[in-house]
Design a protein around this ligand. Structure first.
Ligand code: GLY
Length: 564
C-alpha cells in the first residue's frame, strides 16, 4: 500500500514536472518522464540534456558533458586527464571503456625517488613529471565511433561555445579558480591566464580562448586534434620546457580499452561496475557480497550494528585492495579469488559484534589514506533507456597545475596514483605494492567506481562520485540506502556518509552522520572516529516504478540534475 501510494505520488509529480523542481530538495530529486543528466555543473547538465532533447542518445550526451565539464568545471572536468565509462543499453547489454591515463614510455619505477631511495618531495603530484598520458579525448572518440548518433561536431560545439563566449562564474566557480594562484605561478614555465592580477569573483565572465581553439581542433579532426598536430606539439613543448617526459610517440600510441565490466549480484539486483585498473568494481562487489548475509534493513540505517558491520567489512576489503589490485594488462589481478563466495565468507568470519577488530590485526598490504575530491562523475539516462555512468579525473585539483601553454588546459597528476615506492606512503599517504608500481605504458590504480544497477524489471540505478578512496564506500552506501533502507534517489544522495579504509584505523564521518548514542556505542566496541567536512559528491539516477526517472544531484556542491 505504501509502495502504491508512493508510485501514484511520483506519477503525479512527473506529470507536472519541469526541469526546475520546487519540491523539498532534502526529500526529492528532479523527476523526469524520459531522460536525465546529473553532473557536477548546471551548465554541463544543461548541455547534456539539450543533446538528449535533440534526439541524441546517452553516449552522445556523455561526450558533450565530458567536453563541457572541461570548460565549466576545469578543476576536475578535463581533456588532459582520463576516466572510465560504464554503460547499459536499453536491452540490458553492458560494457565499459577504460580511458585511464598511462605512464609515459620513459617513466621508470623509481622516478619519484631521490638518490637515497626516499620519496622525492611532491614530484609525483606537482609539475610536469606528475602527468600520465591523457586518455579522455581518445575515450570520447571511441565512445562516439561505437555508439554516437549525432554528428561529432554537434557534441563538441557546446563546449567550444562555452569556452569562446565564456560563462558567468558563480561564487564557488570563482573560488575554485582562485585556490592555487601561487602554486600555478611557481610551477608553470609561462604565465597562465587564469592567474590574473585580481582574483576571480562571482559574476565575472570566464572566457578561455586557447581552450576554445583546442576544442575546435578536436571538433574538426577528432582524435588527431589532440594526439597529433598542433595540440600534441604544444603538449610536448610544454613537457620539454618543464623537464616532463611525455613524447609525441606517447600521445600517438595512447589507446583506450574496452573491458568487460564486473558483474555481481546483491539482493536480487545485478551490479555492473568498473573492472581493474579501477579498484572500484572489485571492492564494491566485495563490500556488497559480504554485507548481503547481514539483515541491515532490519537493524536500520545508521544503527550501530549496521555501521559496525559496514566498517568491519570495509577494513578487510581495503586491506586487500592495495596488495592485489593494479593494471590487469601488466599484473595478474586475482579478481575471481577476491570475489569468490568462500573467500569472502572466510575473510569476514572474524567480524565480531562484541568488538571492533583493530586494523593492525588485519594482515594484508597497505592502502591509500587520503582522498582527492577533484574527480567528477556524471550519470545519464536517455529516452530509449540507455544508461551511461562516467567518472573522470585530473586526480588533484587542477591536476599537476601545469597548463599546456597555448592549448588552454591543465594536465593531470595521475602518476601519484601509482605506488611511488612499494610499501612506503607518499606525500599524501598513498601506499601500495608491486601490483601498482610504475611501469612504462601501465595504467595507475584508480578508485573510480561508475556503476549501474538493474533487476528483472530493467534499469534501476546509475551512480558514481568523486572522492578518491571514499568513492567506493560512497557508492556502496548509496546503493544500500536505496536497496536496503528504502530511500528515494535524493534521500540516498543527501544522507550523511562515513568511510573506513583499514588504515588509518578510524571511521571518517561527515558532521552529525551518527547520533551521539550510536557513536558512544561504537567507541565502546573499539572504533575511533575522525570528522571530515564532506565525503563524496554522488550524482545518480533512479528509475521509478512505471519507468520515470529521479535525478539525485549532490547538494554538497553545485551538482545539478536536468531532465525532461
Ligand atoms: N585519481 C583518483 C582515482 O583515480 O581514484
Amino acid at each position: 500500500m505504501k509502495k502504491l501510494s508512493f508510485t501514484l505520488f511520483v506519477l503525479l509529480l512527473v506529470a507536472c514536472s519541469t526541469t526546475k523542481s520546487t519540491l523539498d530538495p532534502s526529500v526529492h530529486g528532479l523527476y523526469g518522464k524520459e531522460a536525465m543528466v546529473v553532473s557536477a555543473h548546471p551548465l554541463a547538465s544543461e548541455v547534456g540534456a539539450e543533446i538528449l532533447r535533440k534526439g541524441g542518445n546517452a553516449w552522445d550526451a556523455a561526450i558533450a558533458v565530458q567536453f563541457a565539464l572541461s570548460v565549466v568545471y576545469p578543476v576536475a572536468g578535463n581533456i588532459g586527464g582520463g576516466g572510465f565509462a560504464v554503460f547499459r543499453d536499453s536491452q540490458g547489454n553492458v560494457g565499459s571503456l577504460d580511458f585511464r591515463e598511462k605512464a609515459p614510455i620513459n617513466a621508470e619505477r623509481d622516478m619519484f625517488l631521490d638518490k637515497e631511495g626516499n620519496v622525492n618531495g611532491r614530484k609525483s603530484l606537482e609539475g610536469h613529471l606528475a602527468s600520465g598520458v591523457p586518455g579522455s579525448v581518445d575515450g570520447m572518440v571511441r565512445l562516439f565511433d561505437r555508439f554516437g548518433s549525432l554528428p561529432w561536431t554537434e557534441l563538441v560545439q557546446p563546449a567550444i561555445d562555452l569556452a569562446e563566449k565564456g560563462f558567468i562564474l558563480t561564487e564557488s566557480g570563482a573560488a575554485n579558480l582562485n585556490r592555487a594562484r601561487e602554486l600555478i605561478k611557481k610551477l608553470n614555465t609561462k604565465p597562465v591566464f587564469l592567474v590574473r592580477e585580481e582574483s576571480w569573483k562571482s559574476g565575472d565572465r570566464f572566457i578561455q580562448n586557447d581552450l576554445a581553439n583546442t576544442l575546435d581542433r578536436i571538433s574538426k579532426q577528432g582524435r588527431d586534434g589532440f594526439y597529433s598536430g598542433l595540440t600534441a606539439q604544444l603538449i610536448v613543448e610544454e613537457m620539454q620546457r618543464g623537464n616532463g617526459i611525455i613524447t609525441l610517440d606517447d600521445l600517438a600510441d595512447y589507446q583506450s580499452v574496452w573491458r568487460d565490466p564486473l558483474i555481481g549480484n546483491y539482493r536480487g539486483k545485478r551490479i555492473i561496475s568498473m573492472p581493474p585498473p579501477s579498484s572500484g568494481g572489485v571492492a564494491l562487489l566485495q563490500l556488497l557480497e559480504s554485507i548481503e548475509s547481514y539483515p541491515i534493513a532490519k537493524y536500520g540505517h545508521n544503527h550501530w550494528k549496521t555501521i559496525h558491520v559496514m566498517t568491519e567489512i570495509e577494513k578487510r576489503v581495503y586491506a586487500d585492495r592495495a596488495t592485489y589490485l593494479g593494471d590487469p594488462d601488466f599484473y595478474e589481478v586475482p579478481v575471481t579469488m577476491l570475489l569468490d563466495d568462500q573467500y569472502l565468507t572466510d575473510r569476514m568470519s572474524s567480524i565480531d559484534f562484541k568488538e571492533a577488530t583493530p586494523s593492525e590485526e588485519i594482515k594484508e598490504g597497505r592502502v591509500d589514506v587520503i582522498e582527492s575530491v577533484e574527480t567528477t562523475h556524471f550519470s545519464i539516462v536517455d529516452a530509449q533507456g540507455n544508461a551511461v555512468a562516467v567518472t573522470t579525473t585530473l586526480n588533484s585539483y587542477l591536476g599537476s597545475k601545469i597548463m599546456v601553454d597555448g592549448a588552454g588546459f591543465f594536465l593531470n597528476n595521475e602518476m601519484d596514483d601509482f605506488s611511488v615506492k612499494s610499501g612506503v606512503p607518499n606525500q599524501f599517504g598513498l601506499v601500495g605494492a608491486k601490483a601498482n608500481e610504475i611501469v612504462p605504458g601501465k595504467r595507475m590504480l584508480s578508485s573510480m567506481t561508475p556503476t549501474i544497477v538493474d533487476d528483472a524489471n530493467g534499469l534501476l540505478i546509475v551512480v558514481g562520485t568523486p572522492g578518491g578512496s571514499t568513492i567506493i564506500t560512497s557508492v556502496f552506501q548509496t546503493i544500500l540506502n536505496v536497496v536496503d533502507h528504502g530511500m528515494n534517489m535524493q534521500q540516498a544522495v543527501n544522507a550523511k556518509r562515513l568511510h573506513h579504509q583499514w588504515l588509518p584505523d578510524r571511521i571518517l564521518t561527515e558532521d552529525s552522520t551518527l547520533s551521539p548514542k550510536v557513536k558512544r556505542k561504537l567507541i565502546r566496541l573499539g572504533h575511533a572516529f575522525e570528522s571530515r567536512g564532506s565525503i563524496g559528491r554522488v550524482d545518480a539516477i533512479l528509475v521509478l516504478p512505471g519507468g520515470s526517472l529521479e535525478g539525485g544531484a549532490d547538494p554538497r556542491a553545485q551538482d545539478t540534475a536536468v531532465g525532461f
